[in-house]
Ligand binder design. Structure first.
Ligand SMILES: Cc1ncc(COP(=O)(O)O)c(C=O)c1O
Length: 398
């Protein structure tokens, strides 16, 4: 059968991530990789998780090995409600849904809210997995400017006004306020307030995607979610255990208005009935063990040290010839190279030189960003990061 002729319009809108296409390079030990976005396996509490996995399978097989509720394992939703409380978000377990990673929440929200042609406002640059979920619903993505304080409110207002003025339905803003992927930026509290004001003015919902807020390296950084204290229901909050525990445990969550949550739950039912119960049982047991705060502390220390090595190397080798974001948390810094540099065109040469990065243009829905690249400090040792930055400096500046 010739399936090419049978694909739906939705299937034709699916986009595969250019980052996933880099997987072979990311895992080739000969290449020093600043590409990829996965957490370091060195941060996974594997021995502890192995013991908990054994225990929940042996002692709770009717839960851990059985189908479960679509909304998620009740005791994990309780844990999540407590974690959210510590982030300033008052919610009961009833307002929480567990999803198969926060990626699934993005997909389900897009299914519940978007029709073809609806407008989704996204940051320039933005997370590719978010864009992919919206493109899959045949939405139109409109870019909004960011600076070092996050979304520029004037740009958001202008883009929303323009699209509404053209008779378009602006349904959603997708934002990652804490240590954004890919830029590493932290949105300031004033900007967060301004963005919420604009959501009310133009009546669009905000997806606040927060997988990195706990990976904060600087105690002065204000990571308080927009969802905290926001009563009007405009903010849909997403987070995940992927970056603090392990992404192979596909456990993310969503906190949202009950009416939206119910509709998303119906979408989830047809997607997978429920998220993996074994994963949920292990994560719930981990939370119940009281280990999570120490684990988060260890993960922060690990990435803080790596971040400093990368930023110091950039300072030393790139100096004033490029700019990069400060990365007060998260896994990434984003580098702006001199005007006219084409980071994508340079990548094959970089790989020849034994070093890989993600060209930044893939993160910009408006086709800009050719002279940018994303670097992660999650993957390589200190030594290899210093070596990799030296190689990049030779490539770009000599
Ligand atoms: C901004 C952002 N959102 C969502 C995800 C998906 O995370 P997960 O589905 O593992 O929770 C990622 C993963 O890198 C991400 O960077």
């Amino acid at each position: 059968m010739q399936f090419e002729k049978s694909f739906s319009k939705d299937a034709d809108s699916l986009r595969s991530s250019p980052i996933r296409a880099f997987a072979a390079l990311i895992n080739d030990p000969k290449i020093i990789s600043f590409a990829g976005g996965a957490p370091s396996p060195e941060t996974f509490p594997a021995a502890n998780l192995a013991e908990l996995a054994r225990r929940v399978i042996a002692e709770e097989k009717n839960v851990a090995l059985q189908y479960g509720p679509t909304r998620g394992l009740a005791r994990l939703r309780e844990c999540v409600a407590n974690i959210s409380e510590s982030r300033g978000i008052r919610s009961s377990a009833d307002e929480v849904m567990i999803t198969s990673g926060s990626q699934q929440a993005l997909d389900l929200i897009a299914r519940a809210l978007l029709d073809p042609g609806d407008v989704v406002l996204v940051e320039l640059p933005t997370y590719i997995g978010g864009s992919a979920a919206f493109f899959a619903r045949r939405a139109e993505l409109a870019g909004v400017a960011q600076d070092d304080d996050g979304i520029v409110p004037e740009s958001l207002d202008e883009v929303a006004t323009r699209h509404r003025g053209a008779g378009r339905r602006v349904k959603l803003l997708y934002t990652i306020p804490n240590f954004q992927n890919p830029s590493g930026r932290l949105m300031s509290p004033a900007r967060r307030r301004a963005v919420i004001e604009l959501a009310r003015k133009h009546d669009f919902a905000i997806i606040e995607d927060d997988p990195y807020g706990e990976l904060v390296f600087d105690s002065a950084a204000d990571t308080m979610p927009m969802k905290a204290g926001e009563e009007s229901g405009h903010v849909i909050y997403l987070s995940s255990f992927s970056k603090v525990l392990a992404p192979g445990l596909r456990c993310g969550w969503m906190i949202a208005d009950p009416i939206l949550l119910r509709r998303v739950e119906m979408a989830k039912e047809s997607a997978d009935l429920c998220s993996g119960m074994l994963d949920q049982a292990i994560v719930a047991a981990y939370c119940a063990s009281g280990e999570l705060p120490q684990q988060i502390g260890r993960v922060r220390d690990f990435y803080r040290a790596r971040r400093s090595v990368l930023l110091d190397a950039l300072e030393q080798r790139f100096g004033s010839r490029a700019r990069w974001t400060n990365a007060r948390g998260g896994l990434f810094t984003f580098v702006t190279l001199p005007d006219g540099t084409d980071a994508e065109a340079m990548l094959p040469k970089a790989i020849e030189a034994g070093v890989a990065y993600i060209p930044g243009a893939s993160f910009f829905v408006d086709g800009s960003g050719q002279n940018t690249m994303r670097l992660t400090f999650a993957k390589e040792t200190d030594e290899r990061m210093r070596d990799g930055v030296a190689r990049l400096a030779r490539l770009f500046f000599s």
